[in-house]
Design a protein around this ligand. Sequence first.
Ligand code: NAD
Length: 313
Amino acid sequence: RRALVTGGAGFIGSHLVDRLLKNGWIVRVVDNFSSGRYSNLAHHKGDSRLEILRGDLKDAETCMRAVDGVDVVFHYAANPEVRVSTTNPDIHFNENVVATFNLLEAMRKKDVRRLVFASSSSVYGEPEEIPVDEGAPIRPVSVYGASKAACEALIHAYSRLYGIKSVVLRYANVVGPRLRHGVIYDIIQKLRMNPRRLEVLGDGTQVRSYIYIADAIEATMLAFKNANDYFKVYNVGNEDWITVDEVVNIIIEVIELNNVEIVHKPIAHGVGWPGDVKRIALSIEKLKRLGFKPKMDSIESVRETARHATSEP
Ligand code: NAD
């Protein structure tokens, strides 16, 4: 069994590579190393079952080379920084939509018939009720979320037209070792720069759920194994949710700091930036029906991630 992992040098992608190799797969990674790192895969050095292709999915030729001879594509390459689209919406259009289109075209031409796609809870935007299930309306409020929704729509059409069996996974905040973006990473970086004063984007009451990378990979493999239909969508998140202020307190506790002055920087409705969502959490009932049960809750996931991050250089 041969798999392509796009974005395989990134956070989630590299953990997926670990798991696929462990399960006996032959794995090709394609990555442009914009946020990905060789060090995330360095522990596989010398393993002939892993091939690393340096290339950009915005280039159609690279996509053709990348999908050549594989049975499954795990598509995890993207620009995952939601905030980027506030100032540079073209980045998410190109890195997410154009890249996904090129990849689908290459799959069609090279006859690759299975796809797992890393989508995001941000496709739901600002839902009226949480947790949201997979049937909730798709109403993104960031270009990032819109780009993921556009990718899902393209994948759906390709599944129907060209028989590509696809699984779309709408991840909540996935956290753990090797994570280099998002709220936990930002807060730790800020506290490293100034351990006495912390600026928190938003009023701190924004609600999110956090899933630990090991649980997210477990869910991914489970959904993939059950992908016997043309198009399936699963939420991948946790059963609880916490506020940004709770995240901040966990990190401060892990770093063992005292008397940090916390300054909130909300814009309208208490969010941190245009396109930020005030409350989001996913219903994972559909995934649970496949037998999934997260081992760590949101608090444990954030704590463990903070522990790792503070011990990483
Ligand atoms: P990441 O930045 O660590 O990984 C993305 C990888 O894709 C990086 O290695 C990067 O170098 C590569 N890449 C980006 N653009 C590329 C291009 N044009 N061509 C080739 N490679 C390219 O981020 P991550 O957190 O591991 O996210 C992986 C996927 O999961 C993304 O699609 C992201 O949108 C999605 N996702 C992540 C989360 C999360 O909480 N981490 C939540 C929801 C969805």
